[in-house]
Design a protein around this ligand. Structure first.
Ligand SMILES: NC(=O)c1ccc[n+]([C@@H]2O[C@H](COP(=O)([O-])OP(=O)(O)OC[C@H]3O[C@@H](n4cnc5c(N)ncnc54)[C@H](OP(=O)(O)O)[C@@H]3O)[C@@H](O)[C@H]2O)c1
Length: 374
């Protein structure tokens, strides 16, 4: 894309927001009480404040930062620790107060990077991490959420994260050998000990969400949700609404696809994790170009970038949705933060949805999987 086009579209900034409610007003770029300038739009600045949203009773910035792609075994090549510490601190300077990591990312290295970055600024952020995988010799070998394993994993996490508490502790995946009530009960005890402040689940079945919530209220569900993967529109979002649980979409820009990072000529190295994802097969990318074409068309219409459009659309679905796009680059982070300033009218949401639903997306999950453990 040529530079002049980028400028014209304008990379929105993380300007102060008037509201965190569902986006229904016509789109406007607002900073304080005035329109922002072309220059302001290009990058976010460190004086900006990002609106807050609530996941259950937990208040977080309306967009977070996913820290998975900063380390090995992710979809990006591993990155230098010092560079990632700068990105994480940069995010906090820009107003992001919600950071997402997990024991399994690396494994362990993502938590180490986050811990190092947060040392001087721990109290400024809401720190979320996840456990529940069995790790042996640096490899994921299964699931393990027995109470004693949760306690042991948590001690390691606290040490790597250089903190005395995790604000939001998720069970990463349900362990079929352990009743979810035992997990919820263990987290309840950890909450009473002050080591954990809130409980979350990731890709748990509807039945397990209900069972867990009866023992210890679930603050947030972290599930895959993007313009490309909308399986959780089949009952999961309704369940969250019913139970007052916040929703944190993972892969909100579809691993970069919705940021217009790939095209039909893209091929991955044999060792790349992208080879395990159906929508990133040569056939998947080619078939799904029609989706990015639609996103480009609407982004142009709104004067924003595809990544910003995709994130803003997610946030416009419910006021308790908080995406956590992953990035290793401050300029992408600034661009993504601009999504918080984008508004849609209800007519726009309806028109876009109707165009979206005409597209048959390749490589997505079957509808019935929405209610099951992943
Ligand atoms: N609970 C779970 O099971 C689960 C599973 C997967 C992920 N997660 C969490 O969700 C987070 C987000 O998921 P994800 O990182 O896999 O996917 P994602 O956020 O959809 O996409 C991240 C990829 O998109 C690229 N990207 C982001 N913004 C961009 C922009 N403005 N322009 C161009 N490229 C852009 C990044 O590359 P650059 O680095 O080049 O910007 C990165 O490769 C993770 O970090 C992790 O915390 C949770």
């Amino acid at each position: 894309m040529e530079k002049s086009k980028i400028n014209r579209r304008g990379f929105l900034t993380a300007g102060a927001l008037a509201t965190t409610a569902m986006a229904i007003a016509p789109m406007e770029f607002v900073k304080g009480n005035g329109k922002i300038t072309e220059e302001d739009r290009f990058t976010a600045n460190d004086k900006s404040s990002i609106a807050k949203r609530k996941l259950g009773k937990l208040e977080v910035s309306s967009i977070g930062l996913g820290c998975m792609s900063m380390t090995s075994n992710s979809y990006n090549p591993p990155r230098d620790k010092n560079a990632m510490v700068k990105v994480i601190r940069g995010a906090v300077d820009l107003g992001i107060t919600f950071l997402d990591t997990a024991e399994v990312y690396g494994p362990y290295t993502s938590e180490e990077y986050v811990g190092e970055a947060l040392k001087p600024i721990r109290n400024k952020v809401i720190l979320a991490s996840k456990l529940g995988f069995k790790l042996e010799n640096g490899k994921r070998t299964g699931r393990d959420s027995r109470p004693e394993s949760i306690r042991k994993a948590l001690e390691g996490m606290l040490s790597r994260l250089q903190t005395d508490r995790i604000d939001l502790l998720y069970l990463h995946r349900v362990d079929p050998q352990v009743p979810i009530e035992d997990v919820a009960g263990t987290v309840k005890d950890l909450i009473s000990e002050g080591k954990v402040l809130h409980f979350g689940l990731s890709e748990a079945s509807h039945e397990n969400i209900r069972k867990a919530h009866r023992v210890q209220s679930v603050t947030a569900l972290q599930n895959e949700y993007s313009l490309l993967e909308r399986v959780h529109e089949n009952g999961t979002l309704d369940l969250c609404e019913e139970l007052g649980i916040g929703f944190v979409p993972w892969c909100p820009v579809a691993r970069g696809f919705l940021a217009d990072k790939f095209n039909e000529y893209t091929r991955f190295a044999p060792e790349s994790r992208f080879n395990d994802v159906k929508s990133f097969s040569p056939e998947g990318i080619s078939s799904n170009m029609v989706l990015i074409d639609l996103v480009r068309e609407w982004s142009d219409l709104k004067g924003v970038t595809p990544s910003q459009f995709s994130l803003a659309w997610l946030m416009a679905q419910k006021p308790w949705i908080v995406p956590i796009p992953g990035t290793t680059k401050l300029h992408h982070l600034k661009e993504n933060i601009g999504a918080v300033n984008i508004r849609f009218s209800s007519a726009e949401l309806k028109d876009f949805r109707s165009a979206l639903e005409k597209i048959k997306v390749f490589g997505v999950r079957p509808l019935e999987s929405a209610s099951k453990d992943l």
